[in-house]
Design a protein around this ligand. Structure first.
Ligand code: SF4
Length: 491
């Protein structure tokens, strides 16, 4: 086993060591911060585990703790920013821990060596709890490894869009179709590192086995998606983003659904096709990419000929998207916001804008707009943006970005149907609690004109929530919108 001093010397120069010293204070400050902000007992159930890309990652042993911390997220961020101004912290992110917290681990301030070569064992006599120190060093090591992985991924992002090749042994995991079969799931930007094959669950809440909630012929999508036959929507259980106001929260947050074998997935695809679906529309499958890729390949071999659509939040890594190159024809990514604070607050993902814009640009580079004789898309990208009442400025920025980067290469779909699903209103404070107003609507339409955006769609204003799905029903949507084909409670 490496001595801590050797480990540090191996990884860092003196300048970096100084910054690590600040980081160690960052880790150990957590108990006093939660105590100051009166989050009772949080120090025993939550902890700082990583600081990456100027975002602090806090681990909690139960989803309830994440909700409590989210309520105080702004205060906690301000506290960290005022205590550690040199670190330029921009956000706080949360995730579930894969190991229980008992006994509670308090982070002592690690005693770092004066020079990289000084063995830490010499200092351990001064430590009150050697075991605790070893644990903190282990955590530091994991943080370093995580940063190195992020750096490697960053290098890959500069590679050409197709045919990305791994550059190091460590990177092989990112490019293997067995990502989630390895011990550390790094499939999406959350990079939880859990062993899903062994049944562990990360932020998405899913093990390695594909689970589905429902499948239906859907007529409520954009015209080039629904066409005349309707879109063959397949709803995947779980989600790696978990928006605070998700209309599908029963499956994305609560995990409704059941495991399906690849043969059942193929059968669902072929049944949708047989019933006249214009396409296969995979809804929120980012965390299940390897299984879905395998399923779609087998469906193609079994006679699936209609186009395939990838309907996602766009919180996806370029490496994961590359796995879809051979099986997906049309992309329907969301572009929820370009504001990191809003993304941190509502999605617990301050890096959402960075990942989503890169993902969308990659989609644009790989799929030109093409339509069939019946005007349904056979290739291309439709970018969806849901307007949040009360946060119109975020919509303006998003539309401007679309105009500057996507105009002429993709279609936009402006969604005005925001409503807060029942049961979700206590999740995050400041979530809009009203429909979009007519005044807001006119403002947004004015921006489309201002930015010269002509290619796309916008919804009529719908000031009701009757359309909200209920996945406990065999047909979660209204019968005018959809025809049920498969449900997780079906025999
Ligand atoms: S796919 Fe799930 S477990 Fe894997 S990194 Fe993303 S959220 Fe974590």
């Amino acid at each position: 086993m490496k001595k801590a001093g050797e480990l540090l010397a191996y990884f860092f120069d003196q300048k970096t060591l100084t910054s690590i010293h600040t980081w160690s204070k960052l880790f150990s400050a957590w108990p006093s911060i939660v105590t100051k902000h009166k989050i009772a007992a949080a120090e025993s159930h939550t902890r700082v585990v990583e600081f990456d890309r100027r975002v602090l990652l806090i681990e909690a042993e139960h989803p309830g703790w994440i909700q409590i911390l989210q309520i105080k997220q702004s205060e906690l961020l301000q506290e960290f920013q005022s205590r550690f101004p040199d670190l330029d912290i921009v956000g706080i992110s949360f995730r579930l821990s894969r190991t229980p917290f008992t006994p509670a681990i308090r982070m002592p301030e690690p005693r770092l060596p004066e020079t990289p070569s000084k063995p830490v064992e010499e200092d351990t006599a001064n430590l009150s709890n050697k075991e605790r120190f070893k644990r903190s060093m282990k955590r530091l090591e994991q943080s370093v490894i995580a940063r190195e992985r992020a750096r490697v991924r960053g290098d890959f992002n500069k590679e050409p869009q197709r045919g990305i090749k791994p550059h190091s042994e460590d990177a092989v995991a990112f490019h293997s179709s067995a990502w989630i079969e390895s011990k550390h799931c790094l499939l999406c930007p959350r990079h939880c590192g859990v062993n899903r094959t062994a049944g562990e669950r990360g932020y998405c809440g899913e093990s390695a086995t594909l689970r589905l909630a429902a499948a239906s012929i859907h007529r409520g999508e954009e015209p080039p998606v629904s066409g005349t036959g309707g879109s063959g929507a397949i709803f995947v259980s779980g989600c790696n983003l978990g928006c605070a106001f998700c209309q599908n929260y029963q499956i994305s947050h609560k995990g409704m659904g059941r495991e399906v074998a690849i043969t059942e997935f193929v059968a669902i695809c072929l049944q949708l096709q047989a019933l006249g679906a214009e396409n296969i529309n995979i809804v929120t499958g980012t965390h299940a990419i390897p299984a879905i890729v395998a399923g779609l390949k087998q469906a193609r071999a079994g006679g699936l000929v209609i186009p395939t659509l990838w309907n996602s939040s766009a919180y996806e890594s370029l490496e994961a998207l590359s796995l879809l190159d051979d099986v997906i024809d049309v992309y329907l990514p969301d572009l929820k916001t370009l504001d990191p604070n809003l993304a941190a607050h509502f999605f617990n993902a301050p890096d959402y804008p960075e990942y989503a814009t890169k993902a969308i640009l990659r989609m644009l580079d790989t799929r030109a707009l093409r339509a069939s004789a019946s005007s349904t898309l056979t290739s291309g990208v439709i970018i969806r943006h849901l307007v949040l009442p009360g946060y119109l400025e975020a919509t303006r920025k998003t539309l401007r970005w679309f105009a500057e980067h996507c105009q002429g290469r993709a279609l936009i779909s402006v969604m005005t149907q925001y409503t807060l699903p029942r049961g979700m209103d206590m999740r995050v404070k400041d979530a809009p609690k009203r429909f979009m107003s007519e005044q807001d609507y006119e403002t947004v339409l004015g921006w489309l004109e201002e930015f010269g955006i002509e290619d796309g769609f916008y919804q009529e204003l719908t000031p009701d929530s009757d359309w909200l799905p209920d996945f406990t029903r065999q047909n979660p949507f209204s019968s005018t919108l959809s025809t049920a084909v498969w449900h997780f409670q079906s025999p």
